[in-house]
Design a protein around this ligand. Sequence first.
Ligand SMILES: [Cu+2]
Length: 110
Amino acid sequence: MTRNLLNRRQLLITGAAVLSGHTLVRAHNGTVHVTIDKLAFLPAEIQIKAGETVEWTNKDRFAHTATVKGGWDVLIPPGKTATHVATVDDTVDYYCRFHPNMKGRIVISA
Ligand SMILES: [Cu+2]
């Protein structure tokens, strides 16, 4: 039962992405993917342009965050994805609030 509910939710999310032209464009162009696996951001450093999207996919069984000290904070639940749209001043080091040894870096390129 729980599994069916999860699958249905996935379908709804996918459907919403297909219906939104902007989201569809982003899925093909302008999204940089970071995988979280075994308490690590992979790749640890990414380059991205302002206006593009960072999408984290959490493969672990527990929640992580992408957190910038004094800046933004993105919660990435277990088994889910979460995004952040990069801004011009987003050349930043980030870490996970729950596991401060997890570190990543975003570099804004022209
Ligand atoms: Cu974490």
